[in-house]
Design a protein around this ligand. Structure first.
Ligand SMILES: [Zn+2]
Ligand SMILES: [Zn+2]
Length: 321
C-alpha cells in the first residue's frame, strides 16, 4: 500500500492532484480489501450459497414433496444436489489449487525459448513465459494469469482456471434453477406461507435471479476468452494490437490460438473421445501441461509469436509493482 502514498508525496493540493489522491485512495482500499479481506469474501460467498440451498430445502422441496409426491421431489433433489455438489466442488478446488507459478517451469521456459527474447519479472527475478503476469496481491508470478479473484482469495491461473469457469457455470445454473423454483412457489397453487418465509423467499428470488443474470454474462465472457485463447488481462493488449494492425491494413493473429475446439479442450483439460462431456465433470486430476507447451500440439510453444520486449504490455507494468 505504501506505493500509493509514495505516489501522493509530490502532490500539491490542486484539483487535478485531488482527483489523483482520490484515485490512489480508492486503489489502496481495493488492494487492502483484496489482500486482507479475502477469507471474509469466501465466507460470505459460502454463506450465500448454503443459505439459498437451505431455504430451497425448507420452502421448495418440502411443499413439492407434500403436494406432488416422492418421484417429483426426488427428481428435484437429484438435480439440486448435482448442481450444489458441482458448485461446492469447483469453488473449494478453485480456492485450494495453486494457480501455478514460474518456480518450476523457469528452467524449461529458458530451454524452450532458447534464442528468443524472454521477458523478466523484476520482482521475482525470474523469466516469465508468455501470458504469465505478476500478481502484487499474491506476490508471485502466475502462469497464464486471468485475474486475482477476491471471492476465491486466490489468483485464477493455469491450474485452477478450469475450476473457476466451472464454478461460475454451475453457480449460474443453480441460481437459475433456484430463481425459477422460488418463482413457481411464490405464484403457484401451494399452501400459503408464513409472512417471514414469504419475505425471505422474495429476497432469495431477487438474489438468485440477479446472480443468474450476472453469472450468465460472466460465463459467456469467459467462454469467448477461452475459445479465442485470451485471458482477461491479455484481452486489452490484444485489442490494442488488433487495432494497430487494422490501421496498417494488417490482420492480427493471436499466436496462442490453436482453433476453437483445441482451445476449449486445452482450457478444460478434456482430451479423448468423451471430451464433450468430460469438460464439465468434476475432476481431481492435476491439469496436464506446464503453461509453456500447448497440450495436444507438438508445435508451437507458448513462447512463440509475441514480440516480448518492444511492446509495453500490461505485464511489463505488473513487473514494476
Ligand atoms: Zn513476478
Ligand atoms: Zn493473485
Amino acid at each position: 500500500m505504501r506505493r500509493y502514498f509514495d505516489m501522493l508525496a509530490p502532490a500539491k493540493l490542486s484539483p487535478s492532484c485531488m482527483c489523483d489522491a482520490a484515485l490512489c485512495c480508492a486503489l489502496a482500499v481495493t488492494d487492502f480489501s483484496m489482500t486482507y479481506m479475502g477469507p471474509v469474501y469466501v465466507l460470505v460467498g459460502m454463506a450465500l450459497i448454503l443459505g439459498v440451498s437451505c431455504l430451497y430445502l425448507m420452502a421448495i422441496f418440502m411443499p413439492v414433496y407434500a403436494s406432488q409426491g416422492l418421484p417429483v421431489a426426488a427428481a428435484h433433489l437429484a438435480l439440486g444436489g448435482f448442481l450444489l455438489g458441482n458448485i461446492l466442488f469447483n469453488y473449494v478446488l478453485c480456492i485450494v489449487t495453486p494457480p501455478g507459478t514460474t518456480a518450476k517451469s523457469v528452467r524449461e521456459g529458458y530451454h524452450l525459448a532458447a534464442g528468443m527474447n524472454v521477458r523478466f519479472c523484476k520482482t521475482c527475478r525470474r523469466a516469465k513465459p508468455s501470458l504469465t503476469h505478476h500478481c502484487h496481491i499474491c506476490k508471485q508470478c502466475v502462469l497464464r494469469m486471468d485475474h486475482h479473484c477476491p471471492w476465491v482469495h486466490n489468483c485464477v491461473g493455469f491450474y485452477n482456471h478450469r475450476y473457476f469457469v466451472l464454478f461460475i457455470f454451475y453457480l449460474c445454473l443453480g441460481s437459475l434453477y433456484a430463481a425459477v423454483s422460488m418463482w413457481n412457489r411464490l405464484v403457484g397453487p401451494y399452501p400459503l406461507m408464513q409472512p417471514r418465509v414469504g419475505e425471505a423467499m422474495i429476497l432469495a428470488f431477487a438474489i438468485s435471479a440477479s446472480a443468474a443474470f450476472a453469472l450468465g454474462v460472466l460465463f459467456l465472457w469467459h467462454c469467448y476468452l477461452i475459445l479465442t485463447a485470451q485471458s482477461t488481462i491479455d484481452f486489452l493488449d490484444n485489442w490494442k494490437e488488433r487495432r494497430l494492425c487494422a490501421k496498417e491494413g494488417l490482420r492480427w493473429h493471436n499466436p496462442h490460438d490453436h482453433g476453437l475446439l483445441a482451445n476449449w479442450k486445452e482450457a478444460f483439460d478434456a482430451q479423448g473421445r468423451f471430451w464433450w462431456i468430460a469438460w464439465g465433470l468434476p475432476s481431481l486430476r492435476k491439469k496436464q501441461g506446464n503453461a509453456v507447451q500447448f497440450v495436444g500440439s507438438p508445435t508451437p510453444p507458448l513462447y512463440r509469436g509475441l514480440p516480448v520486449s518492444s511492446s509495453a504490455r500490461s505485464d511489463d507494468i505488473d513487473s514494476m509493482v
